[in-house]
Design a protein around this ligand. Sequence first.
Ligand SMILES: C[S@@+](CC[C@H](N)C(=O)[O-])C[C@H]1O[C@@H](n2cnc3c(N)ncnc32)[C@H](O)[C@@H]1O
Length: 207
Amino acid sequence: MVLQMTKKQGILRFIQLMPRTPPATRFILKDLPGSGRRIDILCRDLAACFDWAPTIWPRERIELVAILGDTKALHFTAPPDSPPIGEVAWAKAIKDSLDGRPPPFVSVENASVRDVVAQIRRHGGHLWVLDEGGRDLTEIDSGIHKAENSFMLGDHMGFDSQARRVIGEMHIPAISLGPRSYLSSHCIAMVISHFERMTHNARRGVV
Ligand SMILES: C[S@@+](CC[C@H](N)C(=O)[O-])C[C@H]1O[C@@H](n2cnc3c(N)ncnc32)[C@H](O)[C@@H]1O
């Protein structure tokens, strides 16, 4: 498995685990949650990453890896021009990618959560899991935005037993955004906003 992960300073990477979503293309664009077995979660994550969430954080320094059915990893980078807008447009890009016709900003590999975590660990940088019960995001080192940071998210039902096993065995630290459970896309937006604030404070000399 060779996901072409970018080796650059200040990369913010989100890893959306979707063990209950098969890597199949038979979903109907008008019924993404039902026919797509919650592929709508991924569509909203992509819109957050590459459309509405970043304000000053460069989209070129955001990546999203989605692991479907614990067998297939889709690796998204920022679309260079005319990015898909809205859930249906992103769903078409996902469908094309799973059909073997990925747009230039997507690569597809056979990979499990364990494979992706091992690769990220080899690659270096920080790896976190987003979990309500973890350490508060505001407590992490304020200079961390200059490094590579990867955040794992569960799906609508959280993490399955396989993901929990990998998280435990690999000692991946948990980060919380508060006690309430938010949509994955909103968690992504909160993390991006926090990194933007760290960048802004560093520019003003506030640590
Ligand atoms: C929609 S939530 C899952 C909700 C599910 N009911 C559960 O109990 O896990 C999807 C994912 O977003 C992340 N998440 C949601 N709220 C969070 C919070 N307050 N802090 C950290 N991560 C959160 C977690 O990774 C979670 O698995």
